[in-house]
Design a protein around this ligand. Structure first.
Ligand SMILES: C[S@@+](CC[C@H](N)C(=O)[O-])C[C@H]1O[C@@H](n2cnc3c(N)ncnc32)[C@H](O)[C@@H]1O
Length: 345
């Protein structure tokens, strides 16, 4: 008897993590790297991945079913075209670090029921921010792998309007500073992030050949100032990590740093006003609960109100390249003035 649609969808949801875990196991055991140089039989793939042959056979067959691999008539397994491009670590387009971060988040996500009950994050933030060096590198460079695919389009979506200075608060690997410097002539940017992150930023900036235009500053966005007379303060994928109170403090310091015609850019994934769409952001909101104490997804109206309270006016909403993402552009509200009382003495 055919399953009705409702049951089929519930099954797909309930079994969904089997697919995710198969992908994670294949990346973590190096299946796609082992096949990067060419097709292998199961015994050779098993040896290359350090797996018993029976385990390798099950994993490789499931990867064929998931269309990550192909299997030839004589039993050789090969990477699919997109697998070779995206899931081989040495590929220029690799997203394996990002997949490893998603694999890592499986553990805190497993505690979602508890997180909901106690309304507290399951994972300690400090692990991602330097206490676990390998995880921090995967987190920062994984975001770079993911976001650099659309960062140029974001920078293209916004007119330069004569801006020559930018401060990229919580800039991570410098993904958006690089994209904006590549799109906007004469722009220089300062990435502010935690000390453990900046060596990673330094590498990506050097690889992009932009050391002369992108400076790095170790800082804490809860308390440090963001400079003065700045044309653009960028807060990309930062405020969903924070409570409304913390976000307001950060926005106030961003406003205080602006030049007269300066702009604050808030980039991230937003909930529609109904709060029930887009699907990705409703799930991101749960992810924020498990991962970032105080973190949440905001609607555009909620973020606009925080920006207004911080002294920003004329908030314009620009569609970002990712369907669930937006760029909110706030200009300095002269009537409000720059409130510097929140800066550290
Ligand atoms: C989700 S990432 C976003 C990175 C980058 N802006 C992007 O859009 O790709 C958040 C960034 O905030 C940084 N961060 C977290 N807490 C911070 C703090 N207290 N002060 C400065 N940066 C912080 C993290 O190190 C990380 O680079």
């Amino acid at each position: 008897m055919a399953l009705d649609l409702g049951m089929a969808q519930i099954s797909q949801m309930a079994f969904g993590y089997w697919q995710a875990q198969t992908l994670f196991a294949a990346v973590r055991t190096g299946v796609f790297d082992a096949l990067a140089e060419g097709p292998l039989t199961v015994d050779k793939a098993a040896a290359a991945c350090g797996l018993p042959e029976d385990s390798a056979l099950r994993l490789l067959d499931a990867c064929v079913a998931l269309r990550l691999l192909t299997r030839s008539g004589d039993g050789e397994y090969a990477n699919g075209q997109h697998t070779q491009r995206l899931l081989v670590e040495a590929s220029a387009e690799s997203v394996t670090r990002w997949v490893k971060v998603m694999a890592r988040w499986y553990d805190p996500w497993g505690g979602i029921t508890q997180a909901l009950q106690v309304a507290e994050a399951v994972e300690e933030r400090r692990l991602r921010l330097g206490d676990d060096e390998e995880y921090a590198a995967d987190f920062i460079l994984g975001m770079h792998e993911y976001n650099s695919r659309s960062a140029d389009a974001l920078a293209q979506a916004l007119p330069q309007q004569g801006a020559t200075t930018m401060v990229d608060v919580g800039g991570g690997a410098g993904t958006y500073s690089i994209a904006f410097c590549e799109q906007w002539p004469d722009l220089t940017s300062e990435v502010i992030d935690l000390p453990a992150v900046l060596p990673l930023t330094s590498n990506t900036v050097t690889q992009a050949g932009l050391e002369s235009r992108i400076q790095l500053r170790a800082g804490d966005y809860y308390s440090d100032h963001f400079g003065s007379d700045v044309d653009v303060v960028l807060l990309s994928n930062v405020l969903h990590q924070e409570s409304p109170e913390a976000a307001l403090g950060i926005l106030r310091r961003a406003r205080a740093a602006l030049s007269e015609s300066g702009r604050v850019l808030v980039h991230g994934h937003f909930l529609e006003e109904t709060r029930t769409a887009p699907l990705f952001t409703t799930l991101h909101n749960l992810s924020a609960l498990t991962l970032w104490d105080g973190g949440r997804s905001y609607t555009v109206a909620e973020m606009t109100e925080l920006m207004r309270q911080a002294g920003l006016a004329h908030v314009e909403v620009v569609q970002a390249p990712e369907p669930s993402a937006k760029l909110l552009v706030g200009t300095a509200d002269a009537a409000h003035g720059a409130d510097r009382s929140h800066e550290r003495a």
